[in-house]
Design a protein around this ligand. Structure first.
Ligand SMILES: [Zn+2]
Length: 330
């Protein structure tokens, strides 16, 4: 999934519209209540007046006098609210009937709390990113249910390993907790199910409400190169840098480590991601076709010592699933 500017702008607008619609709907329910229960209008006007009276008192009084007056008004507010609830109940309405009902009360459906992106917005962005990058397709087909270890039956050891990997990954996803879940390093040749299982983890963890970012090493590093060397045009107001998600998401999955162009810049970005996330105790899953020695040759010690020291390795062995499928089809 690659961060996508159009998604961001489209979703921001969508969220603003959703927030406004929730407020309009509440206004309409209030109008309905006022029509059905005439004395309610007087109560709501009195409640609105309290705010003004509070403001006036703050201008006129000070010290203990002000404190005393505020206490009285607060008491009045509570009384009014209690009377209002009782009145609504007596007319067969729930007391919160005309409260604004946001899908996300944290950000009131705006997607932001102050200038900070709400997790609901980030999730929407991730989903939109899956859609626009084609990973949505992977998620539809690559779940735990569709992972079939039996294609490795020919080799008992690989078969056992595939079963172990499946149950480990399933348990990992179902119990995922950013504070306690380990980092994983999925090692093995192409076509043994690393992408399949890590996609299945992403799917389950997203469905459980966590913020997941999934992309190939190549795309992740392309985002860093874009930020460093080629930002065209100014970012949208409030738009975060496109690489911040790699440091902030609750689970980062980097697919195909070792297929990206390795140079001093990309290697230092990679180290920065891994090291920052290890220090923040945010889990990362990395898939690679490279063995330990290849990794050592390709990356600096500071990266491999992190990978070997802080990541739990899961080994994949056997025969390429795609080759098996081809031969069984033909
Ligand atoms: Zn929210």
């Amino acid at each position: 999934m690659s961060y996508n500017r159009e998604n961001y702008i489209r979703l921001k607008k969508q969220f603003e519209e959703r927030s406004a619609a929730a407020e309009r709907a509440a206004e309409m329910r209030r109008a309905e209540l006022h029509a059905a229960i005439p004395e309610l209008k007087g109560m709501d006007d009195a409640q609105a007046q309290i705010g003004l009276r509070m403001f006036k008192l703050a201008m006129e009084l000070s010290g203990e006098e002000l404190e005393e007056a505020i206490k009285k008004l607060q008491y009045e507010t509570e009384q009014l609210a209690a009377d209002r609830s009782a009145l609504l109940l007596a007319h067969g309405y729930p007391p919160d009937y005309d409260k604004v009902k946001y899908e996300c009360p944290t950000c009131m459906d705006t997607g932001f709390v102050g200038t900070k992106m709400c997790s609901c917005f980030r999730r929407a962005l991730v989903f939109a990113g899956y859609e626009s990058s084609g990973i949505a397709e992977l998620i539809r087909t690559q779940s735990f249910e569709t992972f079939d270890p039996s294609c490795q039956r020919a080799d008992p050891k690989s078969y056992e390993l595939a079963n172990l990997n499946l149950s480990f990954c399933r348990n990992y996803a179902e119990t995922f907790d950013p504070a306690t879940s380990p980092n994983l390093l999925l090692i093995g040749a192409t076509g043994l199910g690393k992408t399949h299982l890590s996609t299945a983890i992403a799917k389950t963890v997203i469905e459980r409400g966590f913020d997941v970012v999934y992309d190939t090493a190549q795309n992740v590093l392309a985002d860093f190169e874009y930020e460093r060397f080629g930002r065209h045009g100014e970012p949208e107001a409030g738009e975060p840098p496109r690489t911040s998600k790699y440091f902030e998401c609750e689970l980062l999955i980097i697919d195909d480590l070792g297929t990206e162009v390795a140079n001093q810049f990309t290697v230092s970005c990679l180290y920065n991601i891994i090291n920052t996330r290890v220090n923040k105790h945010l889990p990362t899953i990395i898939n690679t076709n490279l063995g330990r020695e290849d990794l050592r040759r390709r990356y600096a010690d500071r990266i491999t010592s992190r990978l070997f020291g802080e990541f739990r390795p899961l080994l994949f062995t056997g025969t390429d699933v795609r080759t098996l499928k081809l031969s069984s089809n033909g």
